[in-house]
Design a protein around this ligand. Structure first.
Ligand code: HEM
Length: 167
């Protein structure tokens, strides 16, 4: 693992991948439960009605896809830009923000019946705001990394970086 990264800050990708993989497994679990309810209609019906299992299945899908994409970006962007990530700490804050939004939305579905009813956007307020904040923090971090690479390319015209192309 020691040589797997060129820049130390690429390691922030790992917690994103682990969280993404865990949520993917949870999505499959909910998929299996709601599929079972088609076969045995009373299976877990009192504990986890079909609509609650279905919205859990769909929202977990959205969050694991996002975390996987973000983790991949945090791995690739420093490599392509030949610079450390703008802020590894911001990446951890961003991961915590999205996980908190996910836990909040799921808790709302399971224990408070908090759902807006539309597929993929069932999460009740304020969780969508936290998801939006997580997305903005991600863009700031990736954008900051790219801008820094462009700044360095101006200072070192001979150096090669994919992020600096077109400067
Ligand atoms: C063992 C694995 C899985 C099982 C048993 C399963 C089962 C189900 C069931 C029973 C539904 C509800 C269908 C309905 O409302 O009538 C559903 C919906 C859905 N699942 Fe899964 N699922 C699995 C894995 C996945 C995966 C891996 C993805 C995507 C990467 C996924 C994406 C979706 C989507 C997008 C819907 C909504 C479809 C729609 O409303 O048209 N599922 N799934």
């Amino acid at each position: 693992m020691t040589n797997a990264v060129k820049y130390a800050s690429q390691r922030v990708a790992y917690p994103f991948f682990i969280a993404s993989a865990a949520l993917f497994l949870l999505q499959i679990l909910f998929g299996l439960i709601i599929a079972s309810q088609f076969v045995w209609p009373t299976f877990l019906m009192d504990t986890l009605p079909f609509n609650v299992g279905r919205e859990s299945h769909l929202n977990l899908l959205v969050v694991w896809l996002l975390l996987g994409l973000m983790g991949a970006s945090y791995y690739l962007v420093p490599d392509e830009c030949e610079t450390e990530l703008f802020s590894p700490r911001l990446a951890y804050v961003q991961l915590a923000t999205l996980l908190l939004a996910g836990v909040g939305a799921l808790t709302g579905f399971w224990f408070f019946g908090a759902s807006r009813g539309k597929p993929f956007t069932e999460a009740a307020m304020p969780w969508p705001w936290l998801i939006a904040l997580g997305a903005v923090l991600f863009l700031v971090n990736v954008g900051g990394t790219i801008l820094r690479a462009k700044g360095r390319a101006v200072q070192r015209p001979g150096a090669h970086s994919h992020c600096a192309d077109g400067v």
